[in-house]
Design a protein around this ligand. Structure first.
Ligand code: NAD
Length: 480
């Protein structure tokens, strides 16, 4: 921080930009988290040039140095999970427990990739030519641009930055303007680890300015993006023009199937968790609940009852289960979708209204629609709010066909006690992640994450699969 402004971090220095934005809590609009610098065009170039130089030095750093840097970042995130989790809850609106869990998980990403630093093995092969040997090894891809959304401001940054640094790359990081505090705090921790200047850079600002400059730059070697489909398409086009490698994680319209033989209590738990926790602002949220006829009425009655007991409100209050919506614009959009769904013939079973809190912020009760069809707009678009729709179907085959009838393909879930249906579902759901008797949201940090169709593009994130994106393979021929 320089003066009263939380500055950008470029080439090892804290630099104010040409302007600032005020970071206001969506849970209490009187709560100001601070003023955050916006990088100007010259600073973005400065960060990119610094990253090119810093990367060469970082690539030469010893494996143990990288291991220690990543371990230290992970240790500090975990040790400070209460403080940083509270800041995250204030700036994003999710509950304190969710905020703390996210910071803890972010620390785990750094620990996982610290260990991965020490697992850098290549391969050898005999040549088809006598006297020649071959080896393949992985090298850093170079300078990586990282662009993140607002809904998991710490975790999304961590699961990209940790592998980028672990494999010897430099980073230019642009967080979403709605949530600069989490990004700044993570940067402040990284800045104290003695990395070569320029290895890690934070450039805050809007998508239209800083984001646009990054994706069009030919000074980056790779661009990892998480956000909406609309922006993802721009990223893919811009990076392709420069043959820059890109990885996109985008929206979804996930479904949870509930079959007649499901454990009802478990099905309701999973639906509540997947559809509404995190205020439904998750790319893995179950916004479509596809229920077979024999289970439908019991499931809807039990879910409506449990939704009535949900504690919605100020995220820092003990016991709150559902916090605030990210901002006024998103809240209005959620309410517009609710009106549109009603106009299209969906029946609102409960919730869906804006609510007042002790603190002025953006709150609504989670909404459940019944009697919906999969072709209604509410079941086609990613709403990104606490709104779920029940679609009644005759049997498993219709449920599966309905689930796959979408432009997206990130996660899918099924609630059943039948091994036959669970096994079939695992193979035929056209998504990147499949859950059996679990919520569609909630994934581990040591295995690949990503989707199909409009949900993802490029190599998978997380686990050992992240190596595909953050490294390039070199094949060496040696005559002895
Ligand atoms: P968004 O696309 O509006 O913004 C994402 C990021 O891109 C932000 O940092 C933004 O400033 C930047 N950006 C915007 N316009 C840009 C441009 N023209 N050029 C370059 N960068 C630009 O998305 P959002 O509203 O912040 O996030 C919500 C979306 O993110 C949802 O669609 C959600 O599903 C998705 N998401 C996906 C995953 C996943 O892993 N699949 C995870 C979390 C969120």
């Amino acid at each position: 921080m320089s003066g009263d402004i939380f500055a950008n971090y470029i080439n090892g220095e804290w630099l104010e930009g040409s302007a600032t934005i005020r970071n206001i809590s969506p849970a209490n609009i009187q709560d100001v988290l601070g003023d955050y610098a916006q990088a100007d065009a010259g600073q973005i170039e400065q960060a990119l040039d610094a990253a090119i130089a810093g990367q060469l030095e970082w690539q030469r750093s010893g494996l143990e140095q990288r291991y220690q840097v990543l371990t230290a970042i992970g240790d500090e995130l975990i040790a400070r999970k209460a403080e940083l989790g509270e800041q995250l809850a204030r700036e994003e609106g999710k509950t304190l427990a969710e905020g703390m869990g996210e910071v803890y998980r972010s620390g785990q990403f750094f620990h996982y990739y610290a260990a991965e630093v020490l697992r850098q093995m290549g391969e050898t092969a005999d040549s088809v030519r006598p006297g020649v040997e071959i080896e393949t090894r992985r090298e850093p891809v170079g300078v990586v641009g990282i662009i993140t959304p607002w809904n998991f401001p710490m975790a999304t940054a961590a699961w990209k930055i940790a592998p980028a640094l672990a494999f010897g790359n430099a980073v230019v990081f642009k967080p979403a303007n709605a949530v600069p505090a989490s990004a700044w705090s993570l940067t402040e921790i990284i800045a104290r680890q003695g990395l070569p200047a320029g290895t890690f850079n934070l450039v805050m600002g809007s998508g239209a300015t800083v984001g646009d400059a990054l994706i069009h730059s030919n000074k980056i070697d790779a661009l990892s993006f998480t956000g909406s489909v609309e922006t993802g398409r721009k990223v893919a086009c811009a990076t392709a023009a420069n043959f820059v490698r890109c990885q996109l994680e985008m929206g979804s319209k996930n479904a949870l199937i509930v079959l007649d033989d499901a454990d009802l209590d478990l099905a309701v738990d999973c639906a509540l968790n997947g559809a509404f926790f995190g205020t439904g602002q998750k790319c893995t949220a179950s916004s479509r609940l596809i229920v077979t006829a024999g289970m439908h009425d019991r499931f809807v009655a039990a879910l409506v009852e449990r939704m009535g007991q949900l504690k919605v409100g100020y995220p820092l209050r003990e016991g709150t289960q559902i916090g605030a919506v990210i901002d006024g614009k998103q809240l209005e959009q959620n309410l517009r979708y609710i009106e549109q769904a009603k106009a299209d013939g969906a029946v609102l079973a409960c919730g869906g209204e804006r609510i007042e809190e002790e603190y002025e912020g953006f709150y609504m009760r989670p909404a459940l629609f019944v009697e919906t069809r999969n072709d209604m707009q509410i079941n086609r678009d990613e709403v990104f709010g606490p709104i779920a729709c029940v679609i009644k179907v005759a049997d498993y085959e219709e449920a599966l066909a309905t689930l796959n009838d979408t432009d997206f393909g990130l996660t899918a879930g099924i609630m059943t006690q039948s091994l036959k249906y669970a096994s079939d579902f695992k193979r035929r759901a056209k998504t990147g992640c499949v859950m059996v008797n679990l919520p569609t949201a909630g994934t581990d940090y040591h295995v690949p994450f990503g989707g199909r169709k409009n949900s993802s593009f490029g190599p998978r994130e997380q686990g050992t699969y992240a190596r595909e994106f953050y490294t390039v393979v070199k094949t060496t021929y040696i005559r002895a």
